[in-house]
Design a protein around this ligand. Structure first.
Ligand code: SF4
Length: 329
């Protein structure tokens, strides 16, 4: 039996039931795929429901303000996704008459839609015969074919994609892609693959060569950096000073006025400290202190004064959102 047939047979009995599966609406499929990027399924459920209730169609989402979209996205992280989501909604409405393009090549021209997401939408919504490889599916493919190429290089990703495309044969791409993801999630796990119950065991080169745990080859030098930040809780007549970030991480979200310091300076910044936390971004660790301040120690343009009780209306990044909850305003 071919690999595709073995995989689909297993899928029929083991598939995960998720609200964005077994639907045809490209808007909802696209929404779920953007939310699922670098995010665990458990976290996505509520946001998916919130968005699809608040904006039932792409036309409704296109009419929302960016701030409303950011607010609804608050807490899900990687905020460039929210910005791209909104821009794509507007482009689909303005340039495609509200209809998503159906090929992955066209889909990839839209903001925030990379190779994986474009292929996923093309197969799930439009049944195009393309294989989409998310992290789980990538792991399964590199193990089954025992591919040793470092996967952080895009030229290698293309080679792996091409080899995966050849495995599809005439199978339904939608089921094939969901099946690969589910197998990666439920059986072919990163550190403890359950090869003894795997339907692909007889085809799996990594199993036969005992190289499962070295696949995929993730060798790379990801340098992490650290930012030491002090935010200022500056309050006057029941109003608080905030500003909208217009560069770097958290662009488009609101923050308190802040300084980026050297580690030694940051460590000594302890007077009137009211909150301290650490936050982890993809390539960066943030060490954060929040200081109660009578007067800002620097000049700032573009600040806004907002009533404390209105803080919850504005979109803030997660650590500041936690702080606002902590302050119980
Ligand atoms: Fe993964 Fe093991 Fe199955 Fe190969 S046999 S696909 S390594 S679970």
């Amino acid at each position: 039996m071919s690999l595709a047939k073995l995989l689909l047979q297993w899928y029929q009995e083991n598939k995960r039931v998720l609200p964005w599966r077994d639907i045809k609406d490209p808007y909802k499929i696209w929404l779920s795929e953007i939310m699922l990027q670098q995010t665990r399924i458990q976290q996505v459920y509520d946001y998916y429901e919130r968005f699809t209730n608040q904006w039932k169609t792409i036309e409704e989402l296109a009419k929302a303000t960016e701030e409303e979209v950011f607010k609804a996205w608050e807490g899900l992280g990687y905020y460039s996704r929210a910005k791209n989501l909104h821009q794509t909604a507007k482009q689909i409405v303005n340039h495609y008459n509200g209809n998503f393009p159906q090929t992955y090549q066209e889909l990839m021209k839209l903001p925030g839609i990379g190779a994986y997401t474009a292929r996923a939408i093309a197969s799930f919504a439009f049944l195009q015969p393309v294989v989409s490889l998310d992290g789980n599916a990538f792991r399964v493919i590199t193990r089954v074919l025992d591919i040793d190429l470092p996967i952080h290089q895009s030229k290698n990703q293309k080679i792996i994609q091409k080899q995966a495309d050849e495995l599809l044969e005439n199978a339904s791409s939608k089921d094939f892609n969901y099946a690969l993801m589910d197998l990666g999630n439920l059986v072919c796990k990163p550190f403890q693959p359950s090869c003894e119950i795997c339907p692909l065991q007889s085809k799996c080169l990594a199993f036969h060569r005992n190289t499962q745990l070295s696949r995929p080859n993730k060798l790379k030098n990801l340098k992490r950096s650290i930012d030491f930040l002090v935010y200022f809780w500056f309050e006057n007549q029941n109003k608080v000073c905030i500003l909208k970030k217009n560069a770097s991480y958290w662009k488009g979200l609101y923050v308190l006025p802040f300084l980026k310091l050297e580690e030694n300076q940051w460590k000594n910044f302890d007077t009137d400290l009211i909150y301290e936390t650490k936050h982890i971004l993809t390539h960066k660790d943030l060490f954060i202190k929040i200081i109660k301040s009578e007067k800002l120690p620097f000049e700032l343009e573009n600040v806004e004064w907002i009533k404390k009780s209105d803080l919850i209306i504005k979109p803030f990044p997660k650590p500041l959102q936690n702080f606002i909850e902590f302050m119980n305003v």
